[in-house]
Design a protein around this ligand. Structure first.
Ligand code: TYD
Ligand code: MG
Length: 439
């Protein structure tokens, strides 16, 4: 058997590219585990007594630990749950260590110090980061990454208010002779930590690097083990980061937090729409859409550039938007809006380094391409929302009212939206039924 070190998918034969997640060079061979044949039980096992779930719930209603950052607390659903194991995942350089450093500073107290286990940085480097972020390091205890079994004993003995491990890929083991970062070891260490958290009620933050080359085990394969996965998304080269609970055993996975990476670490952005649109100029190819992320809605600028193809096949390239979806929307525009895009290169860019996954942005992407191709600017102060179907029809999207409310709050005046929607706002609303209505 072969298995993917990035997404943990199994496949019988080796291939250069994982069928499941599409990553290259991540498949490794794995020995097959031999399952022992079932034997009839010799002795009857003692029967445990069940308890009423209601009573269990009454006796143990966990009080959450605030991280000291309202935005992070909101994403977690009200803070860290005692005894929970939270995986913080993201690309290298995205800000994982920065985030946990400031949380550690907030949470640590004299009688409840934070234990910071760092295999990524020395004590000196870590102390410097605390000072740079103006985070208090007075009640932070530091440990180098000893083998996981020793770390478990240390955490059990010290009983910190919070334990941080940066990162899971640097851990090794006394019991298992797999190299640090290998899938088996990462999984083994994580399950020991999960068990420890449950036994001691100590919350644990575990950092997991998402690796692009897949040479070490990615956090994807840990997601089913841990209680909460906080992922930090964005482009390390850009200012903005989205913090999302992509899994949460104790709350919703809807909430996102918007942060900016500043000199003083990650700072919550109070008014994301204003920040994303602050440098916008109304030129051909630039339009505004409204994204709905959990209870949050924010406006972002989408830009298109359309150029005559110099040679060969026309290019369709997107940054922050799905490449395949762009291909599809371009085909729809050719077929149903009469645009001649066969010899046109199309580039799409979502401003701020954000990644747009919602189909609700389709209409805006189409409008941006249209505006760029025709060289005309759209009506100023207009928001566009709608999913575009293969027949060129514009389909309704969830949370339309909330999106329009945000557009109105921000001072936009016009909206272009799909049919069949009630839109009780002060915006002047234009209904579009097909992509042709944009012309
Ligand atoms: P880091 O948290 O080390 O990333 P990760 O642990 O996810 O690999 O931070 C990455 C980048 O953030 C680093 O290139 C420097 C930058 N940074 C700031 O801009 N401001 C700061 O206050 C800090 C600590 C880092
Ligand atoms: Mg780091």
């Amino acid at each position: 058997m072969h298995h993917c070190t990035y997404c943990d998918a199994q496949s019988a034969k080796w291939s250069g590219r994982c069928d499941q997640c599409g990553k290259w060079g991540t498949l490794i061979e794995q020995e097959e585990t031999v399952v022992p044949a079932l034997k009839p039980l010799k002795n009857k096992a003692a029967a445990p007594t069940s308890a009423r779930l209601f009573d269990l719930e009454q006796t143990r209603r966990p009080e959450r630990l605030s991280t000291g950052d309202p935005e992070v607390d909101r994403v977690l659903g009200g803070g860290l749950v005692p005894g929970s194991l939270t995986l913080i995942s993201g690309e290298p350089g995205i800000g994982k260590s920065t985030l946990v450093t400031s949380l550690a500073g907030n949470i640590s107290q004299k009688d409840k110090p934070v234990l910071y286990i760092s295999g990524e940085e020395s004590a000196h480097q870590l102390a410097q980061r605390f000072s740079r972020l103006a985070a208090s390091l007075e009640h932070i205890n530091f440990l180098e990454p000893y083998p996981i079994e020793s770390l478990i004993s240390a955490i059990e003995k010290e009983k910190p208010g919070l334990a941080i491990i940066d990162s899971v890929q640097t851990l090794n083991s006394l019991e298992m002779d797999s190299p640090a970062g290998s899938p088996n070891l990462v999984r083994y260490a994580t399950s020991l930590l999960l068990d420890l958290a449950k036994r001691t009620d100590i919350p644990i933050l575990l950092i997991g690097q998402v690796t692009k080359d897949g040479s070490v085990a990615g956090p994807k394969m840990l997601e089913h083990l841990v209680d909460v996965v906080l992922s930090i998304e964005g482009d390390p080269q850009h200012l903005y980061r989205l913090l999302r609970a992509s899994k949460n055993r104790f709350g919703s996975t809807d909430e996102v937090g918007v942060f900016a990476m500043t000199q003083n670490g990650l700072q919550a952005v109070a008014n994301p729409s204003a920040r994303f649109l602050e440098e916008r100029v109304n030129v051909p190819g630039s339009v505004i859409t409204a994204l709905a992320e959990g209870s949050r809605v924010f406006l972002v600028e989408i830009q298109a550039l359309v150029e005559k193809t110099a040679y060969g096949n026309p290019i369709r390239r997107a940054s922050g938007f799905d490449q395949n979806r762009l291909q599809m929307l371009s085909a729809i525009l050719s077929k149903h809006a009469g645009l001649k895009l066969g010899e046109r290169d199309i580039y799409i860019n979502v401003i701020g380094g954000l990644t747009v996954k919602e189909p609700a942005a389709d209409l805006a992407v189409c409008a941006a391409i249209l505006s760029a191709e025709k060289g005309v600017i759209g009506q100023a102060a207009t928001v566009l929302v709608g999913e575009v179907g293969l027949g060129g029809e514009i389909r309704s999207v969830p949370y339309l009212e909330r999106r329009l409310t945000e557009a109105q709050r921000f001072g936009l005046e016009h909206a272009i939206v799909p049919k069949h929607q009630k839109t009780p706002t002060k915006l002047e609303v234009k209904i579009v039924k097909t992509i042709k209505d944009l012309l």
